[in-house]
Design a protein around this ligand. Structure first.
Ligand code: FES
Ligand code: FES
Length: 158
């Protein structure tokens, strides 16, 4: 099948890519646009490491054909990272030792960002529910939960 052009807003600017049918958003981000903060773990919807925000909602970019985000707004970890320093959620991950090997961190941070955007003061159970689809192979879930709670506090005082 013929390639087609897909246009969407990525991290605040419009981008245009030419792709073969069913090319995933993950492949476009990592291989076409070289934005590698979005990780590639299982590539079958089971780990959450590829999570990005589409119109503010977390989605698994490894399962999403990029055609489905035509005209939509996509945000990756690169899009929330300031030019200098770190986003408060990133800083909270750093300060709470929630980044171990770091492979799950981008997906975790994007899921937690979506949660805190809609619920600035979540309970621990709500954080656990939010990250339920995100696997940390290093198993440091306690530090990730602490980081999410710390990030909520930091964002409320910004
Ligand atoms: S790489 Fe997408 S869920 Fe694992
Ligand atoms: S920090 Fe290593 S997979 Fe989560």
């Amino acid at each position: 099948m013929a390639s087609r052009i897909v246009t969407f807003n990525l991290n605040g600017r419009d981008v245009e890519v030419m792709v073969k049918p069913l090319t995933t958003l993950q492949t476009v981000l990592r291989e076409h646009l070289r934005l590698t903060a979005t990780k590639s773990g299982c590539r079958q919807g089971g780990c959450g490491s590829c999570t990005v925000l589409v119109n503010g909602e977390p989605v698994l970019s490894c399962l999403l054909p990029v055609e489905d985000v035509a005209g939509q707004t996509v945000v990756t970890l690169e899009g929330i990272t300031p030019v200098e320093g770190l986003h408060p959620i990133q800083q909270a991950f750093f300060d709470n030792y929630a980044i171990q090997c770091g492979y799950c961190s981008p997906g975790m941070i994007m899921v937690i960002k979506a949660l805190l955007d809609r619920n600035p003061n979540p309970t621990r159970q709500e954080v656990m529910d939010a990250i339920a689809g995100n696997v940390c192979r290093c198993t440091g879930y306690e530090s990730i939960l602490r980081a999410a709670e710390d990030a909520a506090r930091r964002l409320q005082t910004v």
